[in-house]
Design a protein around this ligand. Structure first.
Ligand code: HEM
Length: 43
């Protein structure tokens, strides 16, 4: 079954909102990108 080609990146924020330097938070972008690529490639 196909999945929605949408990558949720929690570091894309509205103007006026900024992320903290929390390394766990900052690591979410690459983790979600890897997951997105795996979903699209069916892995
Ligand atoms: C405040 C902390 C976090 C919140 C609120 C959060 C929230 C979420 C939500 C709502 C989803 C989607 C679940 C669904 O589709 O049903 C998700 C997916 C995911 N999360 Fe997090 N998350 C957090 C932290 C993290 C961290 C620290 C990592 C790894 C470094 C991570 C990795 C992932 C991955 C790989 C997915 C699957 C993404 C995909 O659908 O392709 N998350 N998260």
């Amino acid at each position: 079954m196909a999945c929605e080609p949408i990558n949720f990146d929690p570091l894309i924020m509205a103007d006026g909102i900024a992320p903290t330097n929390d390394p766990v938070l900052l690591f979410r972008s690459p983790a979600y990108a890897v997951s997105y690529a795996k979903r699209l490639s069916g892995q």
